[in-house]
Design a protein around this ligand. Structure first.
Ligand code: CMP
Length: 132
């Protein structure tokens, strides 16, 4: 069993898609082990995305991430990290495979509805960021 972190982003909470996303995750065999709603501050959003410091999209990303509540979730499954990345699809919904969450509901490369940890190291850090 492995654990990973998913965040439902403000574009999805705004469209009442929390239940839809949780349903899709549970249907794919993920167990929700921790979940809550949070209004991120600019400081917390910048800290979470510190790895993207210096990228041209960072300021806009931070504004978007504080524009409404987010729902971080700790999820458990076998091969949770890679399976979840596969289920959510590519960052840009235009490139996301058919049947993925982003292909179905994301608006664009920034307002892409969900975030998922991309490695065991980041999963550990990101779970701690929200739940420890
Ligand atoms: P996420 O998987 O949360 O990781 C970084 C986020 O930055 C990404 O999803 C998008 O919401 C946002 N973003 C905006 N533009 C880009 C871009 N050109 N490349 C990567 N991420 C981007």
């Amino acid at each position: 069993m492995e654990r990973t972190l998913l965040i439902i982003k403000p574009d999805a909470t705004e469209r009442n898609l929390i239940g839809h996303i949780v349903y899709r995750l549970e249907r794919a065999g993920f167990r929700v082990v921790n979940m809550r709603m949070e209004q991120l501050t600019e400081v917390r959003a910048r800290e979470f995305y510190a790895v993207h410091e210096g990228k041209p999209f960072l300021d806009s990303l931070v504004s978007f991430m504080v524009s409404g509540p987010v729902v971080p979730m700790e999820l458990e499954r076998e091969n949770a990290i890679s399976s979840l990345r596969e289920l959510i699809g590519a960052t840009n919904p235009k490139d996301a495979a058919c049947g993925t969450i982003r292909q179905e509901i994301a608006r664009d490369i920034e307002k892409n509805s969900v975030h998922a940890s991309d490695s065991p190291e980041n999963a550990k850090k990101e779970i701690a960021f929200f739940f420890e």
